[in-house]
Ligand binder design. Structure first.
Ligand code: NAI
Length: 336
């Protein structure tokens, strides 16, 4: 390995990473996404490391004749053409674990903000209004939390829920009865989870089976007045069903770290000058309507973003690069 180029890095990340590589390796850092940097600046590099907003295309891979490794600093790798990389003998590695507790903690930040009206109180006290009117919350203790997707993050949410005295039910296509017994929760069908939960929290991946898992057909099954939390992926719930549920008292509130069309928000200004498909404009409009609802909290896909989780991502990426170099790579996502 002679050279590495990191993309989408902050100054703090650069400081962390610089210390990890010796003087005989040339290391470049770019704050921009890979597609926003002229390719001539890194074309001869043999290792690149990107985050999720950098798109590693077939065309780019074809230009980088020395490239042997793409180390993404994320779990997901759908921003990289992994098949084309495999064809060209380029290994792609990811960071499969880094923030199960981190995302679970953010899930509880959203639940508690809604259950105790923290977001409303914050805005009021900023205006020097200290009245309690309309701010009464409810206890979590004794309520039922329905977890959809009891994998790494979902199980951390369940562990934390037990500390609050919540009862837990879960829906998952794969079931681990030993864990269910240890953590004291039950697996039940989706329909029953919707009917019984006081809080519904999504923790399954986005794929063709989970796309619009909650939709106009099943949303009315939800227990009236439940809270809805989504820190997984926006398309797990049909946005029309989310609006319907919020407008009709089916959901008393929603805490959303993700929503359909969130990837367009950064491009919002360009939308006005470009010919943009109607569904994209609809997604943005829906976001603006959600923002106006006082029982909805939106955070900008930040559940993963803690100091500790980001350090774990960087350290695993460094380990990935050295493991690849020594011939024993662990987290490879394409068969080269
Ligand atoms: P995981 O793979 O450990 O767990 C996912 C669980 O969902 C598994 O138990 C799986 O069996 C279940 N599942 C899959 N398909 C299902 C279906 N059709 N019906 C019911 N259950 C199904 O994944 P992990 O690490 O817990 O992450 C969950 C999701 O959280 C990720 O896919 C990602 O979308 C999201 N995430 C969000 C972050 C954020 O910053 N907001 C950060 C990291 C992950």
């Amino acid at each position: 390995m002679k050279s590495i180029a990191f993309f989408e890095t902050t100054k703090r990340e650069e400081q962390f990473l610089r210390k990890k590589f010796g003087r005989n390796i040339s290391v470049q850092f770019f704050e921009e996404k890979i597609q926003d940097v002229p390719v001539q600046k890194f074309i001869k590099t043999d290792v690149i490391s990107v985050f999720i907003y950098s798109v590693v295309t077939k065309e780019l891979l074809a230009k980088m004749k020395n490239l042997t490794l793409v180390a993404t600093r994320s779990t997901g790798f759908n921003h990289i053409d992994v098949k084309e990389a495999a064809k060209r003998g380029i290994t792609v590695m990811n960071v499969p674990y880094y923030g199960e507790n981190t995302v679970a903690e953010h899930t509880f930040a959203l639940i508690l903000s809604l259950s105790r009206n923290i977001h409303k109180a914050y805005v009021r006290t900023l205006r020097d209004d200290f009245s309690l009117k309309g701010l009464q919350g409810f206890d979590l203790k004794g309520k039922i939390l329905g977890v959809i997707g009891a994998g790494s993050i979902g199980l951390h949410v369940i562990k934390m829920a037990r500390g609050f005295g919540l009862k837990v039910i879960a829906y998952d296509e794969r079931q681990n009865h030993f864990l269910a017994e240890t953590l004291d929760f039950n697996y039940i069908p989706l329909q029953e989870l919707l009917e019984r939960s006081d809080i519904i929290s999504l923790h399954c991946p986005s794929n063709e089976r989970t796309h619009h898992l909650l939709n106009m057909e099943n949303i009315s099954a939800v227990k009236k007045g439940a809270l809805f939390i989504n820190t997984a992926r926006g398309d797990l719930i049909e946005t029309r069903a989310l609006h319907y549920a919020l407008n009709n008292g089916i959901f008393a509130g929603a805490g959303l770290d993700v929503f359909e069309g969130e990837e367009l928000v950064q491009e919002e200004n360009q939308m006005l000058t470009r010919n943009v498909p109607v569904e994209k404009l609809q997604a943005l409009l829906q976001k603006n309507i959600l923002l106006k609802m006082e029982n909805v909290i939106l955070t900008p896909h930040m559940a993963f973003d803690s100091v500790e989780a980001v350090e774990r991502i960087l350290q695993t990426t460094v380990d990935n690069i050295f493991a690849f170099e020594s011939g024993s790579p662990k987290y490879v996502v394409n068969a080269v």
